[in-house]
Design a protein around this ligand. Structure first.
Ligand code: SAM
Length: 198
């Protein structure tokens, strides 16, 4: 039997072309890429088709990409083979995962929230390593009927408090409007770049 999140996401990756992005890395990474050391190990958590991980792998970074959706990872596999990129990937439920301590130079967490992962990242990122985090924040317009599971939303300032003892290089909560075929929706997002202290 498949994981319930895998069933939802496999369907999206199979049916909706917009999820099969292999070329456009997240701006939060590209606008702060000068912070990265010359090489190292990157974890892309809940990677989807890992466009940001592929962007770094194309420049020689070693990337580990984890996701619960085998449909997403099949797309990654085909791209990695085609371009011979240094990307390893694994099917994993990240709701409450075990990850090794002091292992990653960079962690990418884009548009996924599992609260147990926050303390896992604190342990798994090496001293001096970087966390890039971007996802939704609950705002006054949140409605469970249209916006889904409340556990998928951070509270305002929650991320900043969780990493208050790190060097927070960039932190911004902003309102963004997304457009789909059916509706336009304004949602609050948080972006954070934080470095674990040496
Ligand atoms: C909005 S997509 C973001 C993909 C990618 N991080 C990006 O920004 O392009 C959310 C991803 O979370 C993954 N996901 C959902 N639940 C998960 C779980 N329990 N464990 C691991 N990945 C999960 C989905 O399969 C999907 O690829």
């Amino acid at each position: 039997m498949s994981h319930p999140d895998a069933m939802i996401w496999n369907d999206r990756y199979t049916k909706e072309a917009r999820w099969r992005n292999l070329q456009y890395p997240r701006n939060l990474l590209t606008t702060h890429q000068d912070l990265l050391p010359r090489n190292g190990l990157v974890l892309d958590a809940a990677c989807g088709t890992t466009p940001t991980g592929l962007h770094l792998a194309r420049q020689g970074w070693q990337v580990i990409a984890l996701d619960v959706s085998n449909a997403a990872l099949r797309i990654v596999q085909s791209e990695v083979q085609k371009e011979a990129l240094p990307v390893s990937f694994a099917l994993m439920d990240l709701e409450n995962p075990w990850l090794p301590s002091n292992r990653f130079d960079v962690v990418l967490n884009f548009y996924f929230l599992s609260r147990p992962l926050l303390s896992t990242y604190r342990r798994s990122i090496k001293r001096g390593g970087l966390l890039f985090f971007e996802t939704f924040v609950r705002d006054e317009s949140y409605s469970p009927e249209t916006d889904g599971n409340p556990h998928h939303y951070l509270e305002p300032q929650e991320l900043k408090h969780a990493f208050a003892d790190w060097n927070i290089i960039h932190y911004e909560e902003t309102q963004r409007t997304s457009h789909s075929m059916h509706r336009s929706k304004s949602r609050r997002i948080v972006q954070m770049v934080a470095r674990k202290l040496e």
